[in-house]
Design a binder for this molecule. Structure first.
Ligand code: 6R9
Length: 708
């Protein structure tokens, strides 16, 4: 692979292609500057104007937009469209169907395996959502109740999300890679009485027994005093009994005109399954408890196909989404209906410069915020056609992404730097062999994109035609907060560039003073609210106030450090707390440590972030064994299993080393800075004068695993 960085000047500008400007929602920097100034100087008027594009059952009765970000002045709060009522599923579905978009494809489903595919139109989606809303009602759920959703990337995932939203039930999606323990912890915290899951899923060539994990999680909830958990299970791994009887599908979810029966030799039985073609079925001995388990397909067959939306107050809760907390306890980030809706929709429209004929593909799992805002809500609120992809970038071959781009003629493509880096190593040939002429805009999210990966993405994937929108945001921000706009912002590889409308960033020094000169480095904070900002941590408003508004009163603290250059461009330098960004997933080192400590032989553990060529960062754990216990290969596998069980496979440390002692200050604080250096084999340790016992450092260097 050729090196792209050689000869490229740092700070080189990549200007928007002029043809984009002609149809763009935000054409040119002058338009951006004018709209931006209006959005931060007159936020109420700006957002009220944007809100007019949506359907409101009843208008606002109080302020259109106000907030308090200063704990000294009272509780932290943000209010948008006070007193108005609306429904996000109505805005995402009914509104488009009413305007004649009913036959437009809402989602294309591309399964893990070749040949597993389907499509659903807006009117079909509305019907499926309405049916599932009725199922949720039949399960006894009402406005304000919480439902956990633990599903793979199949169409039932957006259907379940929207069905909750339709009747005011708060969804709490848990990524399908989390373990039973993590799922149970989130269900307990959210007091979820219903869990929507599937019988299983293939991820690449690995099978994941979701129902078994769901059963374990429900049992754990029961053991913690939860009442019974009703499980609604999608049959994804085998033929759907209802459709098998009459020999036809229920007509909706795989109505793509492809006759699977021809392709996989199932002879006369036409398309008995909904998604997963027969050759990928798995004979599951699914444990079943008639008292609590419902098959999705059986329940939707019993209910009406229409369901009136429940009109929600603007500030009613829409969803919870758990994100790692630096103390190790995950935080249920709470978003509310109206602000999230308007913000997800506007960012999608402007950042991907949405056009009616787009085929848009965000590769993120809907278990993360990127999937919530930019697989489900943002695209649907704009009436877009999006792809729901169940697979992974390297299966069956590492050209899967580009194959799918070619197959559906994808126009806007949004992925994570870790995916780009993992594909770069296979060389550009696998990209070049696929037709990418449909692509117009590329996106990046989840972590800083290194210029080498940016340039490769730009040159080989985007054929130097496509702007790359490097979008910085968080679960907490609801949508993009620092991002280029493709027909306006000149790009600098590695920079998330400039703030989105309504977002007023500042850089603070250690003492909390705003740094006024453009060229600086410090803490990234935001000075005022935008409609999509989180409203609380579920069940713990105090923790929310302390964590995000406590360190620097008057500001929303992101937890990220940044540089700002002379042109005012922002460059994220990474987390400043004990969080690690592994492949774009935020993990808490404390949470991994507490999993390691559960091993009966471990007395203490310290986990630090460590550079990784593909994942960006990975975790490296130092483990002190109890007297009488040895640290050997078996210990390492047992420890890895612990993390897998407690959190999930994606959190397993890449490196674990024996640590007879840990470097500590005299007050007993572990010096993680020193551990990070040791992990890298870097002897430039800086000031270690506060270290209680300097001998431990030498011992740790000696015990470093040879592959680290
Ligand atoms: C959307 C999402 C948030 C953290 C965030 C930051 C990192 C996300 C980034 C980025 C640099 C970007 N991050 N996008 N860093 N450039 N374009 O990823 O949400 O999972 O909550 O993670 O991810 O560190 O604070 P979330």
């Amino acid at each position: 692979m050729s090196s792209l960085v050689d000869g490229e000047l740092p700070g080189t500008l990549f200007h928007p292609p002029p043809h984009l400007e002609r149809t763009a929602h935000v054409p040119g920097m002058d338009t951006y500057r004018r709209m931006y100034a209006e959005s931060v100087e007159h936020p109420e008027a700006f957002w009220a104007n944007i809100a007019q594009e949506f359907f409101w059952k009843t208008p606002a009765t109080g302020p259109l937009f106000n907030w308090n970000f200063d704990v000294r002045k009272g509780p932290i709060a943000t209010n948008f469209m006070t007193g108005a009522t609306t429904n996000i599923s109505y805005n995402a579905l009914d509104r488009h169907v009413a305007c004649g978009l009913g036959d437009k494809t809402a989602f294309i489903w591309e399964g893990n395996n070749h040949g597993d595919e389907g499509k659903i139109t807006y009117s079909q989606l509305l019907e499926e959502v309405s049916k599932f809303s009725n199922v949720l009602k039949a399960a006894g759920l009402e406005k304000g109740d919480r439902v956990a959703i633990y599903l793979p990337m199949i169409l039932e995932l957006p259907i379940a999300i929207l069905a909750c939203a339709r009747i005011g039930v708060v969804h709490s999606v848990v990524f399908g890679g989390f373990s039973a323990d993590s799922l149970a912890e989130r269900m307990l915290d959210g007091k979820c009485s219903v869990l929507v899951t599937a019988d299983g899923v293939w991820r690449g060539d690995k099978f994941i027994d979701l129902k078994k994990i769901a059963d374990e999680a429900a049992a754990k909830c029961l053991a913690h005093g939860h009442k019974t958990t009703r499980k609604i299970v999608v049959k994804h791994m085998g033929p759907c009994p209802v459709t098998q009887q009459n020999g036809t599908t229920n007509g909706v979810l795989n109505g793509n005109g492809h006759d699977h029966a021809k392709g996989d030799g199932r002879g006369k039985v036409p398309r008995v399954d909904r998604y997963c073609s027969k050759k990928h079925h798995k004979e599951l001995i699914t444990q079943w408890d008639d008292q609590v388990d419902w098959w999705w397909h059986e329940e939707v067959a019993k209910v009406e196909a229409t369901c009136p939306p429940v009109w929600m107050d603007s500030e009613d809760p829409l969803f919870l989404l758990y994100t790692s907390g630096s103390t190790g306890k995950p935080k249920g980030i709470l978003h509310t209906v109206a602000g999230y809706m308007v913000y997800a929709a506007l960012t999608f429209k402007c950042v991907f410069d949405y056009q009616d004929d787009d085929v848009y593909w965000c590769t993120a799992d809907a278990g993360w915020i990127t999937g919530h805002s930019y697989v489900v809500y943002g695209p649907l609120l704009n009436g877009a056609t999006g792809i729901v992809f169940e697979g992974i970038p390297t299966y069956p071959q590492p050209d899967r992404f580009w194959e799918v781009v070619e197959k559906y003629r994808v126009t806007k493509f949004y992925t994570a730097p870790t995916a780009i880096r993992s594909l770069m190593k296979f060389g550009e040939e696998i990209v070049l062999k696929h037709d990418r002429s449909s692509l117009k805009i590329l996106g990046s999210v989840g972590e800083p994109i290194n210029p080498e990966a940016w340039l490769w993405y730009h040159k080989y994937v985007g054929e130097e035609r496509c702007p790359i929108v490097d979008t910085f945001w968080q679960t907490e921000t609801g949508g993009h907060v620092l991002t280029p706009l493709p027909a306006a912002t000149p790009l600098k590889p590695g920079s998330a560039t400039l703030p989105f409308f309504g977002v007023l960033p500042a850089v603070l020094d250690e003492d909390g003073h705003e740094i006024s000169q453009p060229d600086c480095e410090g803490y990234l904070v935001f000075k005022q609210a935008w409609p999509g900002v989180m409203r609380s941590i579920y069940g713990d408003h105090k923790r929310y106030e302390n964590l995000y508004f406590g360190k620097f009163p008057g500001y929303y603290t992101t937890g990220d450090g940044c540089k700002r250059d002379k042109d005012g461009y922002y460059w994220i330098t990474g987390r400043i707390d004990d969080m690690v960004n592994v492949s774009g997933h935020l993990l808490s080192t404390a949470e991994i440590e507490s999993a390691l400590i559960e091993h009966p032989g471990v007395s203490e553990a310290a986990v630090v972030s460590h550079p990784h060529p593909i994942k960006g960062e990975c975790t490296y754990g130092f483990v002190t064994m109890k007297v009488g216990h040895v640290f050997n290969k078996q210990t390492v596998s047992e420890l890895k299993l612990k993390v897998r069980e407690k959190i999930g496979a994606f959190a397993v440390p890449d490196f674990l080393q024996d640590a007879p002692g840990l470097p500590k200050t005299r007050s007993g604080k572990i010096m993680r800075r020193v551990l990070r250096k040791i992990a890298c084999g870097d002897r430039a340790l800086g000031d270690i004068s506060t270290l209680a016992d300097s001998d431990v450092v030498e011992t740790l260097f000696k015990l470093r695993p040879s592959n680290a």
